[in-house]
Design a protein around this ligand. Structure first.
Ligand SMILES: [Zn+2]
Ligand SMILES: [Zn+2]
Length: 239
């Protein structure tokens, strides 16, 4: 059993390792988003090594449909079906996003219907899935971008997905919560600025983790002196 969230990548869209995280719950390996760079890591390390579970049930929880969050899902469904002989469950935050993901998996990528289950968060009824939190990110995807509040091994975890604003998540940040937030060093209309993020969460009794980094050095510089941490990569726990 591994604690809380670990990352297969923590970079923004224009980096080599796009942002995605995972945790385990019982016999389930939960992947939060799945870019192609993370699919390659899944294949390299194997789902058993990653999860510490023998043949885990595999679920992909989706925040929104940008390619750096969903690009690896169809290939992973093919891989799990043909190579691992396992069925993948994909959880969409809303019915609209579920329809978009169905188009991607079924129509564009030709995933076999028996290779995956695609359900909404409402239908999923997972004990670890507490709240779906709508947020503002890309204007073109207005109404289709979400974060989540999760119970990860008893810990209250808030995960923003990609977001331009932190306000939608603040009501979910009780004492001792872990907040994993998108953070940007460069000016961006669609991603929250790291300094603004630190300022707006300052004084809350939480642990802030920075993820979806566009410029890791500048972000580390902006975060120095605060209690914010850079989201941990899975490989850091390997040795
Ligand atoms: Zn992104
Ligand atoms: Zn995005």
């Amino acid at each position: 059993m591994r604690e809380y969230l670990q990352f297969l990548g923590r970079g923004s869209a224009f980096t080599d390792e796009n942002n995605s995280a995972f945790f385990t719950d019982g016999n389930e390996l939960v992947l939060i988003d799945l870019p192609m760079s993370s699919f390659r890591k899944l294949r390299k390390y194997g789902t058993d090594t990653l999860s510490g579970i023998s043949s885990p049930d595999i679920t992909v929880l989706v925040t929104h449909t940008h390619g750096d969050h969903t690009g690896g899902i169809p290939t992973f469904i093919h891989y799990a079906f043909y190579i691992l002989h396992r069925k993948v469950t994909v959880i969409a935050p809303s019915e609209e996003v579920a329809a978009d993901l169905r188009f991607l998996a079924e129509r564009l990528e030709g995933c076999r219907p028996e290779a995956y289950d695609l359900i909404t968060a409402k239908e999923a009824a997972r004990p670890w899935l507490l709240d779906v939190i709508p947020t503002r990110h890309s204007p073109e995807l207005e109404g289709r971008c979400f974060g989540y509040r999760l119970n990860v091994n008893g810990q209250n975890v808030v995960y923003t997905g990609d977001t331009a604003v932190i306000e939608p998540f603040l009501p979910y940040l009780g004492k001792g919560s872990l907040l994993y937030s998108d953070s940007s060093a460069h000016d961006s209309a669609v991603h929250i600025n790291v300094s603004e993020l630190i300022e707006k969460t300052d004084g809350l009794d939480i642990q802030l983790y920075l993820m979806h980094l566009d410029d890791p050095e500048k972000i580390a510089e902006a975060a120095s002196g605060s209690n914010a941490l850079i989201a941990p990569l899975f490989e850091e726990h390997l040795s």
